[in-house]
Design a protein around this ligand. Sequence first.
Ligand code: F6P
Length: 550
Amino acid sequence: MNAEGRARLNRTPEWLALGKHREELGQTHLRQLFEEDPERGTAYTLRVGDLHIDYSKHLVTDETLTLLRELAAATGVAELREAMFRGEKINTTEGRAVLHTALRAPAGAVVEVDGEDVVPGVHAVLDKMASFSERIRSGEWTGSTGAPLTNIVNIGIGGSDLGPAMAYEALRPFTDRGLTVRFVSNVDGADLHEAVRDLDPARTLFIVASKTFTTIETITNAESARAWLVDGLGGDEAAVARHFVALSTNAEKVTAFGIDPANMFEFWDWVGGRYSFDSAIGLSLMIAIGPDRFRELLAGFRLMDEHFRTAPPEENAPLLLGLLGIWYGAFHDAQSHAVLPYSHYLSRFTAYLQQLDMESNGKSVDRDGRPVDWQTGPVVWGTPGTNGQHAYYQLIHQGTKVIPADFIGFARPVAELPPRLAAQHDLLMANFFAQTQALAFGKTADEVRAEGVAEELVPHKTFRGNHPTTTVLATELTPSVIGQLIALYEHKVFVQGAVWNIDSFDQWGVELGKVLAKRVEPALAEGADVPGLDASTRNLVGVYRSLRGR
Ligand code: F6P
């Protein structure tokens, strides 16, 4: 349907029905919803693969959920989902298919782009990655001096960094502890400096990860890394061939950089940067955890893909989580979404989700280019519990904002923890359960008074409660669970973009800053005149130059 023919989202009967329903619900409290339905704590749960998902502490009733699913049906979420899985070019502003799901399709599946089955190519690259990983892990692939390469440095940014960096942290107990694995992303020279300052070049492999191989931060760092390596190896330029590999879609630029195309691991333009983690971009992770564990990770992704594609709407976890986010953004005025993992190993998890969610759904025009007049993607933020409890949870509990939050926890501590440290896990998880309880049910003024609190302190010690949370509980943090979790969020983001009628797969908003940085750089170094520079920036550049003594 063309732009004129399609009703604006917030004028559809389904949207208006949700607005009316929201008014009827008013300030209905979770206390009341739980009192009215003693089964709520078990009824409002889903089991998907290894994930137990509890959504009972959300500000919804059966009617809310029905209305939200009707909105999804009316906005064609299922149709767009099928178009994505089929390889149609649903990234319309870039004219690209969106096929990260093909990266974890089983061998033998058929997924076509422009009439060509892409699955054999996916598996050929996976096999090449596996064989290279094994050669590095076993020491068979050596550096130019004959030493095994035990230091792995991934150079990439955004989607070419965050996925493997996050998963490397998450899966540390599964990694080869004899390897040193580091991730360099920032063009601030301090990042590369700190990553290599204690490394032996003779034992160091650089993985240059860049879909386009034109990203200035990555190429600049890669050039500096090459200089560090060649200097450290006595000026041996030929060493680059043994110490550098590339992950990219751009063979021409890789070759121009000086990396042998035989040492390039390919992926394709139908893999978006922030969706590329289980393409060749995962090479550093595969070296760290080994090919078998990497395949377990892919199986976890696949499990969630299958679930998203086949589970009925009532049991479809990504659909549900996506719709809940829409509910809060549109009808509760929520501006942000907290992701709070109760696992130290998930320290980079929220950072990963920030790109996934905010680069995908940070849009303000619809697919037809018209301004939207409804909320789109939220600000995603959070750090692992319990640290956040002693920092910003105060605002979630007693501040003025609606902040839906995901709590992610595990029944078992990782196997390698010594008994004394493993015993701390119950305390960690007691906090996990206590927080969602406190957020949902709060503490009434009467309950505070009953504790004998002085009347003037009662308002300060009262907790309103009614703060919505999702709890995701799994047995333990494994490669498959990481895959399941990431795919859950990928598809959640997809659902939201589909309902909001935005292109979740482009990122034009990043471009302007890149162009302006290129224009300003000569002014910093050489004092060149930049035509059209605004008065504020011109002055700041002048101050910068004088502070640098230029
Ligand atoms: O930040 C913009 C962006 O294009 C991301 O989408 C991407 O993940 C990142 O830059 C890195 O791009 P590349 O892999 O091409 O270096």
